[in-house]
Design a protein around this ligand. Structure first.
Ligand code: NAD
Length: 435
């Protein structure tokens, strides 16, 4: 099958590469010429484990190509995926301008029947908007179908998530489109992936509801972590004791500095606004957002306390800048908010991240020094803060760390270390939800 994927970011690039791995012919389109040039040189514009090999293999096999020419890509495709960004607008709603723009361009280049699929996360009703735009701007009355196929991949394990998803959600408005979409995902039937076939608006709601629910689990366990600290309980045992109940599940019950990244913050806000627009106050989502926005202050308080009450003139080593490990994505990263908060409070920050240093150092900040490794970051520091749980931070040489630091103080916002062990190694150690 010939496919065009418009938007070659974290989702579009992985989607396009994986569909080509299924044996389809895929053209990935982006209007960022620099990104396409990089891809044509076989350089990945993002960090995602395994992506370079997947792209190289499929480009060599002649199944995957990159272009800025939307027209050519759309004309040759039976299925056109829209995978552009839907960032948070000033009013909290999803900004659909990129989606609208692409829908219009697809319409102008419609030369035969096509299925136009939103892969981007979009609010309920966007399918109807896409249909209206295409009807208005198509040059000839070619038939088309609109579908919704939300994406659930996680940065850092995106390829595995795409190739072995928990489920595939397909929202269609007619049988033809449903048959084509099912055919596209046929390779996943072999591994018995459940496929939810529904209508377009329901598929759109599924994506926001899923993200809002996952965000709820995170905010919930963060509040429980605060309670655990006060009463002397261990939040990890609480999470395990809760999560082993299959009705609850163990995932997303890990306390920390709050959720971040390019999805949960904007998607929770967008569904909240969607509810307001339809006179349905989503009180749980509102509370989830409120709890999450308080996590940075809670984390900063912990650091200030560890520094003896005043961060002014102190040096903090910050390990991890991305919102989660195994990605280079700094969007809405709690670590970056903590970095800014410490600088604002008058501390100097020595930061290190295994992957995101080149991106972070593109925007130099006063009071921040970007370092070459963990020990350089820790050198002369009054406290070391673990803000992202990169695996390599788990195996640091504690003696070496203590010897380079000004004071042996660790604030572990991701609970990567065992409190007993770190204390035995001579650190004043604080963490989240474990006394
Ligand atoms: P991104 O910012 O990484 O990529 C978007 C790409 O679209 C960019 O390369 C941009 O240049 C391109 N683009 C914008 N306008 C264009 C146009 N008119 N023509 C061609 N290209 C255009 O975004 P992303 O993280 O891949 O997210 C895309 C969508 O997928 C969003 O709606 C997001 O909410 C959703 N999503 C993201 C994730 C994730 O983990 N990143 C997971 C699931 C769903």
């Amino acid at each position: 099958m010939n496919i065009a994927v418009v938007g070659t970011g974290y989702v579009g690039l992985v989607t396009g590469s994986c569909f080509s791995e299924f044996g389809n012919h895929v053209v990935c389109v982006d209007n960022d010429a620099g990104k396409i040039e990089k891809l044509l040189r076989n350089e990945m514009p993002i960090y995602e484990p395994g992506l370079d090999a997947l792209v190289e293999r499929n480009v060599k096999a002649g199944r995957l190509a990159f272009t800025t020419d939307l027209r050519g890509a759309v004309e040759n495709a039976l299925v056109v995926f829209i995978a552009v960004g839907t960032p948070q607008g000033n009013d909290g709603r999803a900004d659909l301008s990129f989606v609208r723009e692409v829908a219009r361009e697809v319409a102008e280049n419609l030369n035969a029947y096509k299925v136009v699929v939103t892969k981007s996360t979009v609010p309920a009703g966007t399918g109807t908007t896409v249909r209206a735009i295409i009807e208005k701007h198509r040059k000839a009355p070619h038939a088309f179908s609109v579908a919704s196929n939300p994406e659930f991949l996680r940065e850092g394990s995106a390829i595995e998530d795409f190739l072995r998803p928990n489920r595939v959600v397909i929202g269609c408005e007619d049988e033809t489109a449903a048959a084509i979409m099912k055919d596209l995902y046929r390779p996943l039937y072999l591994i018995e992936t459940p496929v939810v076939i529904t209508n377009v608006v329901t598929a759109e709601v599924i994506k926001y509801a899923a993200n809002a629910f996952l965000a709820t689990k995170i905010s919930f366990i963060n509040e429980i972590a605060d309670l655990c600290e006060k009463v002397g309980a261990d939040v990890h045992d609480v999470a395990r004791g809760m999560g082993l109940d299959q009705r609850i599940g163990r995932k997303f019950l890990h306390p920390g500095p709050g959720y971040g990244g390019s999805c949960f913050p904007k998607d929770t806000r967008a569904i909240l606004e969607l509810g307001r627009d339809h006179d349905v106050p989503l009180k749980i989502v509102a509370a989830v957002i409120e709890v999450n926005s308080g996590r940075i202050a809670t984390s900063l308080d912990k650091i200030v306390k560890a520094l003896g009450g005043s961060p002014k003139g102190k040096t903090v080593a910050l390990l991890g800048l991305t919102f989660k490990p195994n990605t280079d994505d700094l969007r809405e990263s709690p670590a970056m908010a903590i970095l800014d908060g410490m600088v604002e409070a008058g501390a100097k920050v020595r930061a290190y991240d295994p992957i995101a240093m080149p991106i972070a150092s593109q925007s130099p900040r006063e009071g921040v020094r970007y370092c070459g490794d963990e020990y350089e970051a820790a050198s002369g520091a009054d406290a070391l803060v673990v803000a992202t749980e990169w695996n390599q931070f788990r195996a640091l040489d504690a003696d070496r760390l203590r010897s380079v630091m000004k004071a042996p103080v660790i604030v572990d916002l991701r609970n990567v270390y065992e409190p007993e062990t770190m204390r035995a190694k001579g650190f004043a150690y604080s963490c989240v939800g474990r006394s």
